[in-house]
Design a binder for this molecule. Sequence first.
Ligand SMILES: Nc1nc2c(ncn2[C@@H]2O[C@H](COP(=O)(O)OP(=O)(O)OP(=O)(O)O)[C@@H](O)[C@H]2O)c(=O)[nH]1
Ligand SMILES: [Mg+2]
Length: 1041
Amino acid sequence: MRKIILCFYFEQCRRCHILDSDEDVEHSKESQKGLPLSELLSALGLRHLQGGKLTLSSVLEINSSTLYDLPPQGPKQVPWSFLKKFLMAHSNSRNIQCAQDQLLQRSSFTEDDGGCNLLNPLDLITALLHCADPFLQQKMVSKMSLCQFAVPLLLPNCDTQQSTLMLWAMRDIVKKYKSGDGRFVEGRIMEMDIPMVSFVRVGECSLPKSQFLNTLLSNHCQPNEAFIHHGMPCRHNPRGISDGLVEVSWYMPCGNDQIDIFKQPVAVANLRGDSRLFGAQVSFLCQTSAAVFIFSDDLDVDLSPFTNTERKAELYLVTNSKMKNYNMEKLEETCRKYNLKMECVIIRRKQNDSEFVNVLRFHVQSIVASYFVKPFFFDLADIAPQIGVLADEDFSECRKGRGIVEGITGMVKDIVGFKEEQLPLHGTMWRKISQLEKERCRMKNATNEHCLKQYRSSLIMQETALRREQHQRASSASMVCFLFGISQPKPERLYFLQWLKIQLDTLTRHDLSILRHQYKDCCNKNPQNKTLIKSLDEQIFNCSLGPEHFFRELGQIYECACSQPQDHPVSSEVHQLPDRCAQMLLDGFPVELVDGEASHISMKWISAVLTQLHQLVDKKSRMLVLTVLGGQSTGKSTLLNTMFGVQFAVSNGRCTRGAFMLLIKVSEDVRPELKCDFIMLIDTEGLRSPELAALDTSNEHDNELATLAIGLSDITIINVAMENNQERKDILQIAVHASMKMREVGKKPRCLFVHQNASNMSAHDKNMRNQNTLVEQLNAMTKAAAQLENKEADTKFTDVMKCDPDKDIYYIPGLWHGTPPMARVNHGYSEAVYDLKKSLLNMLKSDEVKCHDAIGFRNWTSSLWNAVKFENFVLRKVFDLREIDKMGREVMAYLQTCEGQSHSVSLQMMKGGFHSDSDAIRSSKQVFDYWSDSSYSRPGQYDQHPHPVRNAKSFEFIPPFMGGESPGPGAMSELSLVLLGGSATGMRAAGNIILGAEEFGRQASTHTSTEGQHSESRQREMAGRRCRLQTGSAVESLRRT
Ligand SMILES: Nc1nc2c(ncn2[C@@H]2O[C@H](COP(=O)(O)OP(=O)(O)OP(=O)(O)O)[C@@H](O)[C@H]2O)c(=O)[nH]1
Ligand SMILES: [Mg+2]
């Protein structure tokens, strides 16, 4: 039964509540006797969660409210609907008007105030912060910062009158800025020394303080809405529990004089309510701020709480001359009494709002510019207890977690050295082992001289020796600390891991900035010192350290222990390692699935972790797998984080390496519908990364990763940035090939395409065109790939992947609204991501998706990884097409440069089939060697040539044969192209691409016509020349030419 009860009057606020049942009515009556915070929590159905019982993992769970987008059915649902939006970094989340209005419309609400007297958003945020556990608080505060909302610095408890300093909650906020001298700074806000100016009210004040602060932080093109103020929806509802709250917001300059309103970063704190009631807050602000601006209409104001405290802050009095009782003499008297300088009195006279804010801004700017003693956040923790304020980090669990981490970080002198010394197993040794393991499967480097059996045993022996060496070096001092940390009971363990992430991140940032500085210095002052530049480059590449490295080391400890001979029993401690890692997965931490550095899966380790996971959840481990794949820094991790509120690592550059898995619980109520107990998210490394492009194995790395990602998932989100067409083609090509390979095992992957950075408004027509282009590109790639793979029945991309072009292509606007670093998350981005999430969950509900439990997933991962290792699935020709395409263009460009001459060009396809066609590889290598050694590489000949010799990975563009003759007048010059290679190198497909027509036909396979002696030749007119193209095995072609 729904009843409407006007239930309580707070000291300052009167509010209406709609209660759901008789039980609630009883509870409410009881709570009326109580205190304001408890009463509000009861009314919102949060009372049982007070004191940090609302956990992050429970909020991230997929439940019926995630699955069905229903508006809140009662006041008890308002907090959940708010949290859902809030954790998606929805800039509109503080607008709780709509939710409340909907409630009022449905109820027979007859209040004479027209239903305006509802919940104030600041009260809702305060109430939720009182219920959230420290990890949820941290998450909420980070999301606030992403939306450029002010975050709580001091959280009041109006029942106990005890304020809490929210240091831990702010630990995860990362900000960046560029100072006027062009210095770029990025770091955790808690570690930056930014001067703070505070704004408080004493008694009545006719000037809208919070609104002025927003204007103070806004520039003409970027309005700031950091502080909730009277002009916003719902803000006119009186506050019940949030008076005494101190919020803080930061201004970060971008280094552009035209945009920046302050030249250096500034923190602006705002005390809510009448400061006369909040002595502790006033003392705190006076001791930590550079200046305190006191807003008051009362000229007789009592400023003793500000002047009697130990203070660093300069005091400013801000008043309004339009008030009736304004009297200059009184003002002067007050100044004398409290020793206030007259230049520190700011009077609003006839200025309009913006002129007045300019005056405030001028004062803030001059304070900040001349302020040298900047408060550190570390100082805040010291000041807080002296004035009776609790610090949220001042708890034994948090201190213990931090203590263990400091034991580890104390050992870090420099990151690269630390990794070599303290985490040696997963560095060079593991990379060598993984290469040996792959070579054992692929036998790529086996030559005719090798007896295969002996070659294989020699590889095994090397592997065993390395494992032995690993085993001897296992367990360094830092790993002992790490193991101790992750073996702690849950709260300490979570604190430990979070501290570890935070502190290692700080160290990495510090070392990286030094290395980058050295690199820049060396490039400017000593550019000829290539060795130093290369070494610095490598150090920058290796300079990353996070919890994942420790987990990787753990995996190696386990793997090397398991690979010891039977008479070396594995210790019980090692047996427990998978359990620790499985526990982390259940706690919602990302765990590395594919090691991005070695491009390898530690399969024994992952198998043991998944097996343990299955045990830990009583075999209720059915999971649906959702993966994101796409180019580097295209916002893949951000997309997953926004969609599910999780915390995959996000930053510029090569941030995610390899692939990480993370579990999200599905709540009991929707398990029957989703038919799973968990959703597993897999975040992958960006494809086509510039950092790896120089390596020979970069294509292989990308292909393997894509194959695994697509093969393991029930749904793959293919993230395509709008800007770069070539990159987009590459990504699509990789995805198409990987999907095609899956058909060999009877799997047709389900894929969704997400276009990021799609413009907000122009949308429909433009997107339609994009969609058509995308479909055409995908179809063309499928055809070409089918030719290469001899699967010519596949002609449309929908033959190889499940995807409905009308429904499964999504457009998501850019993430940021405005100019960074002051940009906030774009409202349209969160909305579009939310729609995508709903569609994904609907798809997951559909019957087509059949999920594995952890054991099934383990087995499938193991067989897929085996197939990848043996290259059964490796898409070794993926980039051939791209390079052929490039080659075609180069050939055309070349044609333009050597007018009137006949030439012969040879395209050497270097990568042939592996086991089946080693003769062809060898023969083509011989031809290449022959060319390189003999006439074609004679000094001077290349030099004279206009076209550069390229060192392509799959092809060599060997410069034209010498002695090109000029054809007679009127005769058409001829270009002779010879395409060399072994079987399955896609020569005929290449021929078609170069000639721009299907001259070599599509029906006959590469194996039947170009292999061996059957060469083919086609002619076509191109760029005003006759182009003759021949294919054939290398030796054969050489003989002919
Ligand atoms: N301008 C803009 N920036 C974005 C967008 N999405 C993410 N970013 C930013 O781009 C950077 C990289 O984002 P990530 O989510 O780490 O990208 P990623 O694709 O996971 O990167 P890798 O894992 O390194 O491949 C971050 O600084 C994001 O804030 C977007 O839509 N527009
Ligand atoms: Mg990423």
